[in-house]
Design a binder for this molecule. Structure first.
Ligand code: NZQ
Ligand code: ZN
Length: 389
């Protein structure tokens, strides 16, 4: 069994009516706050006014950076770094989904160095040793950025979308109020659920029989997402459904379920090339890829993992033949994604073209073959892309 370090130092305020603690939490880090948010949803749902009221009554000095785009761009990060330096910011407050939180993480790190923030990415990435403290208010259940140390940034000039993790960027405090996600569209709710599910699948399918307990936790998380995502899509203001999705999003990727697993993820590097090239929603790309990747990887040597998944997550009859259970599990997954959640099922439907497959596959394997559940070469990635057409 692999040894590991468990350290998830994000303080979480979960549930309604907790924003009254915002001012006191921010003040622990200083007086000058950079408030970051996206394209305006926080104003439409009345959250912006509430946040500003809290900040004002705590006598904090607030600077604002809005317009952080989905699949956030390095230019937004650069602007945030500039503002942090110009105003000697003490703490950053990200209000929004994963894009806003991710961009804010690299602003916080960029504020502590002299080089350009894009140098945090790529093969010769500069270290991230320090970052200004980050507090988040989550408005969309999906990425888990509210409770992890990673982020993903796009660079339009180079055509890259690259991820990076560093403990210094872990949010210090996150406010998770499920009612703030009532306004999330059906489409974004479905994409978010597909993302949460993928974060768990990426770990679950990297076979590790050492910690049975973690397998059970992952199956419980996946069962909850499978059960509550369609409810949230049908009934956007169902608190139980929104709350389950929100807490699953954090625990899917905050490091707990990993145990000592060190294998690479598979669908994420492939998907990041889709959203880099076509600017599609991350969760949609994962929804299209995941069942095809599962089908591509399935063989006699690994069928057991699919059996556990099918039986324990989708309730398939355990007395069926293993291969039949595995195939049924993939079909159930597709039905959940494309029928119950209503997501598009093919590259063709979202405009992803065959002419880009080879280039995207080469970039997905930029650091070598993807050594995950099953090792994938660029050629394997192209074949999985073809299955998505
Ligand atoms: O920009 P605004 O106006 O806020 O609108 C957003 C955006 O258009 C909207 N939205 C958010 N909360 C809302 C809302 N609309 C109505 N009501 C609300 N309460 O939803 C749209 C999508 O938001 P975005 O933040 O882009 O979505 P998500 O949370 O899915 O983040 C996606 C980004 O995170 C990265 C993805 O690659 C992508 O760039 N990821 C980050 C990870 C991490 N930090 O660990 C891991 C993930 O695997 C992922 O790669
Ligand atoms: Zn993801």
């Amino acid at each position: 069994m692999n040894s590991f370090i468990y350290d998830i130092p994000t303080k979480v305020y979960f549930g309604e009516g907790q924003l009254g603690n915002l001012g006191a939490e921010l003040k622990r880090f200083g007086r000058r706050v950079l408030l970051t948010y996206g394209g305006g949803s926080i104003k439409r749902i009345g959250l912006y006014d509430k946040v500003m009221e809290e900040l004002r009554s705590a006598d904090l000095e607030v600077y604002e950076l809005s317009g952080i785009e989905p699949n956030p761009r390095i230019d937004s990060v650069r602007e945030g770094v500039r503002m942090c330096k110009e105003h000697s910011i003490d703490v950053l407050l990200a209000v929004g989904g994963g894009s806003t939180i991710d961009a804010t993480k690299f602003m916080a790190a960029g504020a502590c160095v002299d080089h350009d923030a894009w140098e945090f990415f790529g093969a010769n990435a500069k270290p991230i040793e320090r970052a200004l403290p980050i507090v988040t208010i989550l408005t969309l259940s999906a990425t888990g950025s509210e409770m992890d140390s990673g982020g993903v940034i796009s660079n339009i000039e180079t055509g890259d979308k690259l991820g990076r993790m560093a403990p210094a960027m872990q949010p210090k405090v996150s406010f998770l109020d499920p009612t703030l996600t009532y306004s999330v569209s059906r489409y974004q709710t479905a994409c978010g659920a597909a993302d949460i599910m993928s974060h768990i699948i990426e770990v679950y399918f990297n076979m590790n029989k050492d910690l049975y307990m973690l397998d059970c936790v992952m199956e419980g998380l996946m069962k909850s997402v499978v059960r509550f995502a369609p409810v949230a899509v049908r009934e956007p203001e169902n608190y139980e459904a929104r709350a389950n999705l929100m807490w699953c999003s954090s625990w899917a990727i905050n490091g707990f379920i990993n145990g000592g697993k060190r294998k690479a993820w598979s669908c994420h590097p492939m998907e990041h090339e889709l959203s880099a090239k076509y600017d599609i929603t991350h969760g949609l790309g994962l929804a299209i890829l995941t069942p095809r990747w599962m089908r591509y990887c399935l063989d006699e040597t690994n069928v057991e993992r699919y059996v556990s998944f099918g039986v324990n997550v989708f309730g398939i009859d355990k007395d069926m033949a293993p291969m039949a259970i595995a195939e049924e599990a993939i079909v159930r997954m597709e039905r959940w994604l494309f029928e119950e959640l209503g997501l598009q099922r093919t590259f063709t439907e979202v405009g992803i073209k065959r002419e880009d497959f080879e280039h995207m596959a080469a970039k997905a394997c930029r650091y070598g073959d993807i050594r995950g559940f099953k090792t994938l070469t660029p050629n394997d990635v192209v074949r999985i892309f073809e299955m998505c057409e």
